[in-house]
Design a protein around this ligand. Sequence first.
Ligand SMILES: [Zn+2]
Length: 134
Amino acid sequence: MKPLQTPEMPEASEASEIRAISPIPLQVFACCHCTSTYFPARSLCAACGRAEFVAVDGEAGWIEQWTELHQSQRQKQLSTDDPAERQARRYLATVRTSAGPLVVAAMDEAGAAGLAVTLCHEGARLIARRKKAC
Ligand SMILES: [Zn+2]
């Protein structure tokens, strides 16, 4: 009888490597027939009823509205053991993308109406960050 083979284990340095989440620029979806744009993707175009879309750049945008999220003391206690994280303020912004659709994104800092931002996915979160001046 052959002994069972065990899969090779990664080296300790590989196993302990933490993979950083790479930001992915936002893409929105444009109808191939009438150029209406959507986010998230739709199965049918609301304007012309067709079902062919192409992904287009939706990374650039500007804030239309923003708000600060508030947590109760109890929620703050439950959210994390890290005191710095508990003190961190959280914001949400409604952003008009340059491609057209409105999206709601998290922000790490307070916003302002009209502020230019870039939009990207970090894991499951859509993040808006102040656009850096060149
Ligand atoms: Zn259409």
